[in-house]
Design a protein around this ligand. Structure first.
Ligand SMILES: *Cc1c(COP(=O)(O)O)cnc(C)c1O
Length: 220
């Protein structure tokens, strides 16, 4: 299935009017599909798998801003740290330390989002509220100079119950506002996917990650 350019134009126009960034999630999709949106002027793309991202980045124009949105293992950080624009799913101190260390090696300050666990489902990664507070303290005590915490990322429960989804997004937005008071430069709230981005926008998202609406359904 080719890229849905009509959906892209409609969604990107709506988001631009709200100053919300669209990350086009291209995981599992071929180079040609990414180029389809690139040719329309799109530059922010999201990938979930390190090897796939590394491969695609060498085959595509280098003005693409690559977002890593998957679950990142510490031992794979070095494969993306030289070029990645934003790492969305940082969910442990161990990972933060590794990103800082690898960032230093390539002389880059790596922009990161802390993943916050907002869904009632057990399967989603992320810090809960208590862990977030602990991580925050550590980050500031440890003086990690090669990473910049730009904000939070969260995934709502996978459900048709939009009231539940809304409640979860509201919670994340509340935490974001609370932490923003303490730190300048906290400016990104990554929430919303194909099925729930409208709710996420209403609840104050600044960045949405949309895949299947743009590229069609995936096998994985
Ligand atoms: C795959 C994925 C998306 C995009 O999902 P769609 O439902 O296809 O829009 C967004 N965020 C994360 C973390 C993902 O893994």
């Amino acid at each position: 299935m080719p890229v849905n350019k009509e959906a892209y134009i409609q969604i990107s126009t709506e988001l631009a009017s709200k100053h919300v960034t669209l990350v086009a999630v291209s995981k599992t999709k071929p180079i040609a599909d990414i180029l389809g949106l690139y040719e329309l002027g799109h530059r922010d793309f999201g990938e979930n798998y390190v090897q796939e991202l590394a491969d695609k980045s060498t085959q595509l124009p280098n003005d693409i801003r690559w977002h890593f949105i998957g679950h990142l293992q510490s031992n794979k950080v070095k494969q993306i740290v030289g070029f990645v624009q934003l790492i969305h799913g940082v969910d442990s101190l161990k990972l933060l330390k590794e990103i800082d260390k690898q960032g230093e090696k390539v002389s880059r300050g790596i922009d990161c989002l802390l993943q916050v666990h907002i869904a009632e489902e057990e399967t989603k990664f992320g810090f809960d509220e208590t862990e977030l507070a602990q991580a925050w303290k550590e980050i500031h005590n440890k003086k990690m100079n090669n990473l910049n915490i730009r904000g939070f990322m969260g995934m709502a429960s996978f459900t048709d119950d939009m009231n539940k989804v809304r409640k979860e997004f509201k919670k994340l937005k509340g935490l974001f506002e609370q932490y923003k008071k303490e730190k300048e430069g906290l400016d990104i709230l990554s929430m919303g996917m194909s099925s729930d981005y409208n709710v996420a926008l209403q609840e104050g998202s600044t960045m949405v990650r949309i895949g299947s609406r743009l590229f069609g359904e995936r096998d994985r």
